[in-house]
Design a protein around this ligand. Structure first.
Ligand code: 13P
Length: 339
């Protein structure tokens, strides 16, 4: 199979009507933060057990086409000894892998960040592929401040995302490109729009410069929302208008799918906002879908509490959340469906 054919077939498996992506790729410090409120200690075994629960949810593949895993999970096994990526695959879910190594401050651009992990990436990807990964994810992070992100950060982060994406495609791995504009702060929705527009225009200029085949990429952006501490809240209607506008200005039609991160929105907000976009603006050049971490796992995690006896009820909660987001993929979600 040629690399182009391989990338195309992975995209077709990942981008499906009524389905989105589950982000279960929390790094060890992040998953420890998620486990803390439910009193579960983060150990190799507790992390395995949680991810086994997620991937073993019967019927999850009806709403979830792909899952992003953390490196450790790729090598872990289900209770019955089946490798976890294989369990996902058996459930009709394409396994993928987060490949970045997190952020550090961007020198000479105070308040801005840059993501590490490019050195040796092609070799790592070959190993991940042998373990079953067919796509990858890389996240650049942009805090919003009065002077951030600065032009240097916008350019440098775009450059890194493009280098990552080109390397992935060279070894037949589909890159998810994630420029996350953070929700933290008291900025307005207009300010969020401006930042995302600048960030995404730079990302697509860089992807083009690096000859990345856009048809074989997925964008994982933030929605356009006011900062978490902004006193003006935005309705799903407003979020949808601003978000679709920024996407139309900055994302080429060649990109097959846009899968939003939830970024600290509540479960219901993330679903309602996605639903509003698909309801109000059908027929966009790209699919408008989800790649949620917290907004898919939060309620299920709190039902689980680390207890074996809660496993079934936790899976039911996860399945419901996935189904509601699946409905939001074509504007069929309503708040009554939460009951
Ligand atoms: P959230 O949906 O919790 O923001 O996580 C998505 C993700 O993968 C962030 O990198």
């Amino acid at each position: 199979m040629s690399i182009q054919t391989e990338l195309q077939s992975t995209i077709e498996d990942m981008v499906q009507k009524g389905k989105g992506i589950l982000a279960a790729d929390e790094s060890n410090p992040t998953i420890a933060k998620r486990f803390k409120p439910i009193g579960v200690e983060s150990t190799e075994e507790s992390r395995r057990s949680w991810r086994n629960l997620l991937l073993g949810t019967e019927g999850l593949g009806d709403y979830i086409s792909a899952v992003i895993l953390f490196e450790e999970t790729l090598a872990q096994k289900a209770d019955d000894g089946l490798p976890l990526p294989k369990l996902a695959q058996n459930n009709g879910i394409v396994p993928g892998i987060k490949v970045d190594k997190g952020t550090i401050p961007l020198v000479n651009s105070e308040g801005d960040l840059i993501t590490q992990g490019l050195d040796g990436l092609a070799e790592r990807l070959k190993t991940y592929k042998e373990q079953g990964a067919r796509f990858a994810k890389w996240r650049e992070v942009y805090p919003v401040g009065q002077h951030n992100p600065k032009p240097l950060a916008v350019e440098a982060n775009a450059e890194v995302l493009a280098r990552y994406a080109a390397i992935c495609q060279s070894v037949g791995i589909v890159p998810i490109v994630e420029p996350e504009v953070l929700i933290d702060g008291d900025h307005t929705i207009e300010r969020c729009f401006d930042v995302i527009e600048r960030v995404q225009l730079a990302v697509y200029r860089a992807l083009q410069r690096y000859h990345v085949t856009l048809e074989h990429t997925i964008l994982k952006p933030s929605m356009v929302t006011p900062g978490k501490d902004c006193s003006d809240k935005a309705s799903p209607h407003e979020v949808a208008e601003w978000t679709v506008r920024v996407l139309r200005r900055s994302v080429p039609a060649a990109v097959p799918s846009i899968n939003f991160l939830s970024g600290g929105q509540t479960d219901e907000e993330a679903t309602a906002n996605l639903n509003a976009m698909n309801l109000m603006f059908p027929g966009q050049p790209w699919e408008l879908s989800f790649s949620y971490g917290r907004a898919l796992q939060h309620a299920a995690l709190h039902t689980w509490q680390g207890r074996q006896e809660n496993r079934g009820s936790s899976q039911a909660v996860l399945l419901k959340r996935a189904r509601l987001n699946g409905a939001a993929r074509d504007g069929r979600y309503s708040a009554e469906m939460e009951a």
